[in-house]
Write a protein that binds this ligand. Structure first.
Ligand SMILES: Nc1ncnc2c1ncn2[C@@H]1O[C@H](COP(=O)(O)OP(=O)(O)OP(=O)(O)O)[C@@H](O)[C@H]1O
Length: 363
């Protein structure tokens, strides 16, 4: 069986939230490399609703960045081969002519990357790049009005003396200030969706908190939905409404944030929660999950987490049969584990061994 082509069940629609803003179905991305074909994203399905913050979490290499780059068609083809559908406003972004796609990127869907140094053009001033981003999508806006709006946006995200800073180049900004300017640019056209890929990873801890506040402000100002990609479960707990956990190119669990922290339903999520640093103990590193994710050039036939899973322990079904992402209970929750109903006791033991109360989610 070609496991990569097996469709996964999307989340059950949360009817309180109305129609989804964006619907990703069976998104699959293969990347041709010298050693073979990397199945970076293996049939992922999810929805995001207007104004919602959806966290996507998972270890390095789990397919978080490739999936959002695929849906925005930012990957060169070849080597990337993308299939599935990404419905937005009644149209499939994967088949839209490039000209129309360019209009959507930056105007309706904007991105914030980990390192804004690579997103800003180093030879143009920050201000002129924000003004340009406005004028590209709104030709009727005069240069003067775009400049005034750019200065207003820089002020809004907490760049001091925005008029003077408008004229500065990216290298004249500190990392935190550049990230603020990136958020200002992402807000410029009142997008419906902002995709933030590890927006604070490159920053030191105190600056991270400030940038997060700015991201929340951007969300309030624009009422945009946000896809927040991160390794950091603490960040997810603070900001997200709902979470997708990715492992080896697939979604293995999806849940409202409180429920995920209170009662994880996939052993991988539980391990991630167990590797949260304890707040009361000084740790100079994150405790990592023992073992490695499987090779994505040749993924295993059964559960991709099998070899690292404390629950699988010789169970044949785990290495023979790949678990589908299935709905759990009545709410908008799903998990891809044959034994997810055995998770209750394990969550308790993580609390006991790590001191991290995985049941104490955001209220
Ligand atoms: N340009 C590329 N060529 C070949 N393989 C790639 C390329 N980009 C990503 N990959 C592979 O695709 C898989 C998914 O990578 P991706 O960057 O999406 O992971 P991620 O979860 O975003 O990780 P990180 O948190 O480190 O950014 C990984 O196995 C990665 O090695």
């Amino acid at each position: 069986m070609d496991i990569s082509s097996e469709p996964q069940t999307p989340d059950r629609a949360d009817t309180r939230l109305g129609a989804p803003l964006l619907s990703v179905r069976d998104l699959t991305t293969r990347l041709a490399v010298e050693s073979g074909v990397v199945q970076a994203v293996r049939g992922v399905s999810w929805d995001i609703y207007p104004g919602e913050i959806l966290g996507i979490v998972g270890e390095s290499g789990s397919g978080k960045s490739v999936s959002v780059s695929s849906l925005l068609r930012l990957l060169p083809s070849p080597p990337a081969i993308v299939s599935g559908s990404v419905m937005y406003n009644g149209q499939d972004l994967l088949t839209l002519p490039e000209r129309r796609m360019r209009r959507i990127r930056g105007q309706e869907i904007s991105m914030i990357f980990q390192d804004p140094m690579t997103s800003f053009n180093p030879v143009k001033t920050i201000g002129s790049q924000i003004s340009e981003a406005i004028r590209v999508h709104h030709r009727s806006v005069s240069r003067r009005a775009a400049r005034a709006r750019a200065i207003e946006l820089l002020g809004m995200v907490g760049v001091p003396s925005p008029e003077g800073r408008y004229k500065q180049f990216p290298h004249e900004y500190s990392g935190g200030m550049r990230q603020r300017a990136m958020i200002a640019m992402a807000m410029a056209n009142q997008p419906k969706l902002i995709i933030a890929d590890e927006p604070t990873t490159a920053l030191d801890v105190t600056i991270q908190a400030q940038v997060l506040e700015i991201l929340q402000l951007a969300q309030r100002e624009t009422n945009a939905a946000i896809v927040l990609i991160t390794h950091d479960l603490g960040l997810i707990a603070e900001l997200a409404d709902r979470v997708l956990v990715m492992y080896a190119g697939k979604v293995v669990e999806s849940a409202p944030v409180m429920e995920l922290f209170r009662q994880p339903r996939h052993p991988y999520t539980l391990s991630l929660l167990g590797s949260l640093p304890r707040l009361d103990v000084e740790l100079d590193h994150l405790v990592s999950i023992p073992g490695q994710p499987p090779s994505l050039t040749n993924p295993p036939p059964g559960c991709a987490f099998y070899l690292r899973c404390k629950m699988s322990d010789g169970r044949e079904r785990c290495w023979q049969e790949e678990p589908a992402l299935l709905s759990i209970g009545a709410g908008p929750r799903s998990a891809a584990c044959h034994f997810s109903d055995e998770m209750d006791g394990l969550a308790q033991s993580v609390t006991e061994t790590t001191g991290v109360d995985v049941r104490a989610g955001k209220e």
